[in-house]
Design a protein around this ligand. Structure first.
Ligand code: NI
Length: 183
């Protein structure tokens, strides 16, 4: 089922999230809905708060970036109850966008390499080292479950320049080509 995507300004994007319990009902359905919603909107990642759920789960499919960034080929993963346990000192820049902030794209600095523990869609545990643009995508989605957005990482001056755009997004006037939920 394709769900509407929560837009900037909605409080669910800033709320604390809960771990997905082992007894969570309809987990498979939730994951399917997240993939369908992400692909319909042509995103490369989606986190539960973006469909209105304060849960620690996100999906990433970075494949479409593989022409420019070969390391993303085949990177399609579900992250349940993830925890980033190591972050490299080295940072890399990347121009990011977000389905909750249509029409905005800004360069953000992210850790080049992370180590992350998580459960996959079959609740199997993983402890992975992820690098490059894959790590960028994962950190962007991880931010969502921590109540953060990529625009939190840009400087105050640039942010002031974006103010009108952000206001328009929160009013649903940013021209998103998918269904949205506004604050
Ligand atoms: Ni996002």
């Amino acid at each position: 089922m394709i769900l509407p995507i929560v837009q900037y300004g909605h409080k669910v994007l800033r709320q604390e999230t809960s771990e997905v319990g082992a007894d969570y009902q309809d987990l498979k359905q939730l994951i399917t809905n997240m993939w369908e919603t992400m692909y319909k909107a042509e995103g490369c990642g989606l986190a539960a708060p973006q469909i209105g759920l304060s849960l620690r789960i996100f999906v990433v499919d970075a494949n479409e970036l593989s022409e420019s960034y070969p390391e993303t080929a085949g990177f399609t993963k579900t992250f349940i109850n993830p925890e980033i346990i190591e972050r490299s000192e080295e940072m890399i820049p990347f121009k990011e966008g977000c389905l909750s902030l249509p029409g905005i794209s800004e360069q953000v600095m992210r850790h080049k390499r992370i180590r992350i523990k998580y459960l996959d869609e079959n609740l199997q545990p993983h402890d992975d080292i992820i690098e490059g643009v894959c790590a960028v995508c994962v950190q962007h989605e991880y931010d969502h479950i921590e109540g953060k957005l990529f625009v939190d990482h840009i400087g105050p001056l640039k942010r002031r320049i974006l103010k009108n755009k952000l206001t328009n997004i929160s009013k649903g006037k940013a021209g998103a080509h998918y269904r949205i939920t506004i604050p």
